[in-house]
Design a protein around this ligand. Structure first.
Ligand code: IVH
Length: 665
């Protein structure tokens, strides 16, 4: 249907508004409101109308690269703009790209370099005389944020380059977070009642845009360099530049290949697509670059993207389903999380029935209502999330969802602290919170009380046998045996397990207390630094922040916890029951593994992973989540996955549990 000029103007203005909102949500808030594919379609539609009716203006999203620098950091201008990439979604589109390259060059005497497209946040690094002098975000492509202080905390990024390097080295690359670290950290945040992130990309950009570098330093942000800008690079290829970057000491992803023809590229990236979910980080596609640097200039660029490179997006994992209800979950620390109950739908191989809606603002921003048909997406393969409402103009939609102001569990009034997105129930006796606190106390990383799972805790609380975790130590076997599905034998076993938990080390007790923001790593650090609860109890916020991993927020939470009489009484009771409130000497029993870095993968014959980790740490070794050149050993069990391949590639020594025992004998 042909548009009139008036209709075209209206459509252009609507699309511009929507795309600008999408850009802002993506770049500034790091919370996308539509999928990449949808964004591209809309952008294409806009461009088509703009061109047909001569309506393109310099501020149009078809001209600007998304985002703008934020106001809180110093701005920095990029002498060479940080462009975006055009996308292709199938091999035909990719072949079109090749045809364009060939016709622009007038010959086919070129090769390609294919790389994975890391789904994180673009960074610009500048080294002068080998020293890192700048780390910046892309911003709007011309002006970004100077986040050097934060970038300096990224361990992958050397502060000084190796070897003989040019006076000025400009590097482009991607900061990202590995899926495993993301999942662990998010879990810790959830446990600590903090806001969780929807995917690793948001977590990365959220971290790097934090004002406090000490917080960034605690986040396992990784980096892959993907471009090196040199003055006289004409004789070089992209493949060679990546090798140079690696020699400079920068991490370069080894999933890359030089391809002589587009056919080779197609075969390769199809294979990568199949393996998309085996990589330890998120990737949503590949980037195909004309390999010879000298052709970059000839091919040039459009306003947004170079003509010498293109992104190929793997098929995305989205599905459409209906929201049957919005329910509210009460977390351990009272955080109320809205959850979309969905008509079950198959997504990336699993049936999805629920998706987190994060918080009230998110529901309002996306205008999500009960009964809506929505598009959901697996974010980082972990948490399904609602991307958008598919039928926002449907005539019979329900009224907007009213976020309650009282706790759905206990009816107390909810509070929302300024600056926080979540509503919280602050009634300490709120039943689900009581239950979750006890479950947390009994959990594997805390007191590890076998047999005290969710169902048993629920029964104990419902039957008023316990109100706090301290009450566990007064339970009698006959009381437990009265519970449904609990015989005398299991009751005795549970009593024994509770009894045994008195031997758990101080750091676990501390973690089990459930202090907000104190996950098991922080608990370990606090226990190591203060040695006992009395010292910790007396510590001021300043003293607490002297510990490496403790920022002001954690410090405030810890002092706040100990200033409550209820909490100190609880601790006194636990102390009287014989729980450990001081570190037992030095937990290291040898330094046989000192200076050695381990990664654990697969199922070990007898040790659980956390037990293997503890064992290594007890002997002075360090355990990290992913294999890199810095890894000394990969401890591999059965069904080891991609980490094993990576270790083989990097020639990291691979050992069995048996061999680990040998090392510490
Ligand atoms: S090359 C001119 N290579 O994708 C832009 N980009 O959609 C050249 N990205 O902002 C970019 N992996 O942050 C390139 N191997 C890779 C990449 C990559 C991820 C990101 C990059 C860029 C975005 C464009």
């Amino acid at each position: 249907m042909k548009l009139t000029k008036l209709e075209a103007e209206k459509k252009v203005s609507e699309l511009k508004k929507l795309l600008n909102q999408a850009n802002e949500a993506y770049y500034q808030d790091a919370k996308p409101i539509m999928s990449d594919r949808e964004f591209d379609h809309k952008l294409e539609a806009l461009l088509e109308i703009e061109l047909e009716f001569g309506l393109q203006t310099p501020d149009s999203p078809t001209v600007r690269i998304g985002g703008a620098p934020t106001k809180v950091f110093n701005n920095v201008t990029h002498p060479i703009p940080m462009l975006s990439l055009s996308n292709t979604y199938n091999l035909n589109e990719l072949r079109d790209f090749d045809r364009r390259v060939k016709s622009l060059l007038g010959h086919d005497n070129y090769t390609y370099n294919a790389e994975l497209k890391y789904d994180g946040m673009a960074l610009r690094l500048r080294y002068e005389n080998g020293h890192l002098v700048l780390g910046a975000t892309r911003g709007d492509g011309t002006t970004g944020d100077d986040i050097t202080a934060n970038v300096r905390t990224i361990k992958d990024i050397p502060l000084k380059l190796h070897g003989d390097v040019p006076k000025i080295v400009e590097i482009r690359g991607e900061a990202f977070m590995e899926l495993e670290s993301f999942a662990n950290l998010n879990e810790q945040r959830e446990e600590a009642g903090e806001q969780t992130y929807a995917n690793p990309r948001n977590f990365t950009s959220g971290s790097l845009k934090t004002q406090d570098p000490t917080i960034v330093a605690q986040r396992p942000v990784r980096f892959f360099a993907y471009d090196l800008l040199l003055d006289d690079a004409d004789e070089l290829t992209q493949s060679e530049k990546l090798d140079m970057l690696a020699n400079f000491g920068l991490p370069v992803c080894d999933i890359r290949a030089k391809c002589d023809t587009i056919d080779e590229v197609c075969t390769l990236i199809e294979d990568w697509g199949k393996k998309q979910h085996t990589y330890p980080f998120e990737t949503d596609g590949a980037v195909i670059k004309v390999n010879e640097e000298k052709y970059r200039e000839i091919l040039g660029q459009t306003v947004k993207a170079p003509r010498w490179a293109i992104a190929y997006k793997f098929e995305s994992e989205q599905a459409v389903t209906k929201i049957t209800d919005i329910t509210l979950q009460v977390g351990r620390l009272g955080t109320i999380t809205p959850v979309a109950e969905l008509e079950p739908v198959l997504l990336a191989g699993t049936t999805v029935k629920r998706a987190s809606l994060h918080n009230e603002d998110e529901i309002n921003r996306k205008d999500i209502r009960i009964g809506d048909t929505v598009m959901i997406e697996k974010a980082g393969e972990i948490i399904p999330q609602v991307i958008k409402v598919v039928n926002p103009d449907a005539p019979n939609r329900n009224e907007p969802f009213q976020f309650p102001r009282v706790c759905p569990a206990c009816g107390s009034e909810l509070v929302r602290v300024e600056g926080e997105a979540a509503w919280r129930c602050i009634n300490p006796k709120c039943p689900p919170q009581v239950r979750i606190r006890i479950q947390h106390f009994a959990s594997r990383d805390a007191m590890d009380i076998e047999g005290l799972g969710e169902a048993v805790v629920d029964q104990l609380v419902e039957n008023k046998l316990i109100e706090t975790f301290a009450d566990l130590y007064e339970l009698k076997a006959y009381e437990i045996s009265q519970l449904e599905r609990m015989g005398e034998k299991s009751a005795m076993k549970l009593i024994e397990a509770i009894d045994k938990s008195r031997n758990q080390p101080f750091e676990r007790v501390l973690y089990g207390l459930g202090i907000r923001f104190v996950g098991n790593k922080v608990a370990k650090d606090l226990a190591a630094a203060f040695k006992n609860i009395d010292a910790l109890c007396k510590a001021t916020a300043e003293e607490l922040t002297e510990v490496d991993s403790i920022g002001p927020r954690i410090a405030d939470s810890v002092t706040g916890f100990f200033s409550s009489e209820e909490n100190t009484e609880l601790i006194e009771r636990l102390r009287n029951y014989g729980l450990k409130f001081k570190s037992e000497g030095d937990s290291e029993i040898s330094d046989k593994l000192s200076g050695q870095t381990f990664v654990i993968t697969g199922t070990l014959p007898t040790l659980k992973r956390n037990e293997a980790k503890e064992l290594i740490e007890m002997h002075g070794g360090k355990v990290t989540g992913s294999v890199s050149k810095k890894t000394d050993y990969l401890l591999a069990g059965e069904e080891a996955g991609s980490k094993l391949d990576k270790a083989k590639n990097l020639e990291v020594q691979i050992i069995s549990q048996e061999e680990l025992f040998e090392l510490i004998k």
